[in-house]
Design a protein around this ligand. Structure first.
Ligand code: SF4
Length: 400
């Protein structure tokens, strides 16, 4: 697997060198796109001493006014100001292609397109081990595009605890190295577990970096007060939507919590909420509140074929050797309330249980037989079964 890591690192070096050459030739840098990719790219550039002049976007109303002091402006305004900037495309394929067409329409040819593994080279945690905490089984948010029932049926087919207890969480953390990033996300809304904030605070005490993905359903005002003090690497808020695909009632209490999150800032002065998304367009009332304060997007997937509808993005069956766009070493896993560690967030049918953190060390699990079989199957077309999960996953990339 390490050859993929080497490949990503050398691609990153080459990409940054191309940008630095432009800076050395006295061109200023504009990042085209201010979503997750654009923000990750800006952070990467700032870390290597390059300060972009601006972000540019097609719809400034869906974005904040600035990030780290870098203004977010409309493309036409940025182009009108200056003609000798170099534009860095910052969006997933195929959106990058339409952005290049737009630049061509403005007769701009000085741009650098995304590299084959652009999302991975700008992602600050792609090469780090990540575990998503599924702290309960069953979720009352009941999103329309979520294979919840498949997971509940499979998990409950044998006697297992339905909620992660604090003690279980402690034992699992005892078996984890400190560099594992913990995502409070997984297969259910984190705040539906009444001890979740204790777990978050305990994980920070143990030296872990955390990320949070939440609808806020289940959180109390007191929870929120504590949560806003936790130094998350990033926070993604899942919002209500016009079609009520997600059961997130817009009550007075909800709006108060939303406002508290939107007004909060992290230690570095950046907003507490990094990004917001929804199952489809949020109601106007919500859009009006978040306008200019957090970027919102909507793009649903079929969870590697685990939901069957044309309404979401899916993947053609992939038959080549595969790289996981979420983790080159297959180490972005899911922890369940009984300590089981699943392959990834696509494995709602629990087909790939890698081990159990209640009784095994993480290092043994990630070097174990189950995960190595997945790694082999990703590489070797011949050895994998016809219904191998990664083949139909939107996060699988064919490499040869
Ligand atoms: S199913 Fe998708 S996310 Fe999971 S390991 Fe395979 S490629 Fe990665």
């Amino acid at each position: 697997m390490d050859r993929f890591v080497d490949m990503i690192l050398s691609e990153k070096k080459e990409y940054l060198n191309r940008i630095k050459k432009q800076v050395d030739a006295h061109h200023e840098i504009v990042i085209y796109g201010a979503g997750v990719c654009g923000k990750n790219l800006a952070k990467l550039l700032l870390d290597v001493g390059v300060t972009p002049r601006a972000f540019c976007v097609s719809n400034p109303d869906r974005n904040r006014k600035q990030e780290w002091g870098i203004p977010i402006r409309s493309l036409s305004d940025v182009i009108q100001e200056k003609r000798d900037d170099v534009y860095l495309i910052a969006a997933e394929p195929p959106k990058n292609e339409s952005m290049i067409h737009t630049l061509n329409d403005y007769e701009i040819s000085a741009y650098i397109d995304i590299t084959p593994h652009f999302l991975q080279i700008v992602d600050p945690v792609y090469l780090r081990p990540i575990i998503e905490i599924t702290s309960r089984v069953g979720c009352k948010v009941n999103c329309r595009y979520c294979p919840q029932n498949l997971f509940i049926k499979k998990y409950r087919s044998s006697m297992r605890p339905l909620v992660t207890s604090f003690e279980t969480f402690q034992t699992c953390l005892d078996h984890l190295p400190q560099d594992v990033v913990l995502d409070f996300a997984g297969f259910a809304e984190p705040f539906l577990n009444p001890q979740i904030v204790d777990m978050m605070e305990y994980a920070v005490e143990r030296g872990h970096n955390l990320r949070l993905y939440t609808t806020l359903i289940g959180a109390s005002g007191k929870d929120l007060e504590r949560v806003l003090k936790i130094p998350f690497l990033s926070v993604v808020l899942h919002l209500p939507d016009k079609k009520k695909c997600a059961n997130i009632p817009i009550t007075g209490e909800y709006l108060w919590m939303l406002e508290s999150c939107l007004s909060a800032v992290k230690e570095d002065g950046q907003p507490f909420i990094d990004h917001a998304n929804a199952q489809c367009e949020p109601p106007q009332e919500i859009l009006d509140r978040i306008k200019g304060r957090v970027r919102v997007s909507w793009d649903m997937i079929d969870w590697a074929g685990n939901i069957d509808t044309q309404e979401v993005r899916s993947s053609e069956l992939k038959n080549g050797s595969l790289l996981c766009a979420m983790a080159a070493r297959q180490n972005h896993n899911i922890l369940l309330p009984d300590g089981s560690l699943l392959l990834c967030c696509m494995d709602w049918g629990m087909e790939y249980i890698l081990g159990n953190l209640m009784k095994e060390n993480y290092k043994d699990i990630v070097q174990g037989k189950a995960i190595n079989e997945v790694r082999m199957a990703m590489l070797e077309r011949k050895t994998r079964s016809h219904n191998f999960l990664c083949k139909s996953c939107t996060s699988a990339v064919e490499i040869f």
